[in-house]
Design a protein around this ligand. Structure first.
Ligand SMILES: [Zn+2]
Length: 152
């Protein structure tokens, strides 16, 4: 099984799954390989890029993109990642970093002592457990930390 990164002459990038390189060439020669986005049969093979195999949605053996559900294109995964990062950055931009005062601020907000708003900051596991026991919703925002790093 070979996974090839392909693109049509309109620049759409998608994945094709083939039994072998020869299988791709022969399907291409018969115009059986088509762009799932525009149906273009002028397909070029891209240089292979490192990929993340998420294990899901493995298509049937020997399937060409047009004969089965196309594998999620690497391009759309990249787009998702970009959207996710954008959302994370927005979250960072729109929330107030209260740092180590996080637990205290979350508690004050919960009791209406301060304006409810999006905050982020550091809390120890003990603090987080205490907050949860008091019915104050907290969640670890690893993504915000990721986004913060990419902002710098
Ligand atoms: Zn296309």
């Amino acid at each position: 099984m070979k996974v090839l990164d392909l693109n049509c002459q309109h620049g759409h990038v998608f994945e094709g799954w083939f039994a072998s390189e020869d299988d791709f060439q022969s399907q291409k020669a018969r115009a059986l390989v088509q762009c799932p986005m525009c149906g273009d049969a002028h397909i070029e093979k891209r240089l292979s890029a490192p990929r993340l195999n998420l294990g899901a949605q493995a298509p049937a053996a020997g399937s060409a993109p047009q004969s089965s559900t196309p594998a999620p294109a690497a391009a759309s995964r990249r787009a998702l990642q970009a959207a996710w990062l954008r959302a994370s950055r927005e979250l960072v931009a729109k929330s107030e970093d209260v740092g180590e005062r996080f637990a205290a601020e979350a508690r004050r907000m919960h009791h209406g002592e301060t304006e409810a708003r999006a905050i982020r900051g550091q809390a120890t596991v003990e603090q987080a457990v205490e907050l949860l026991e008091e019915g104050i919703g907290v969640m670890p925002l690893a993504l915000a930390e990721t986004a913060k790093k990419t902002l710098q």
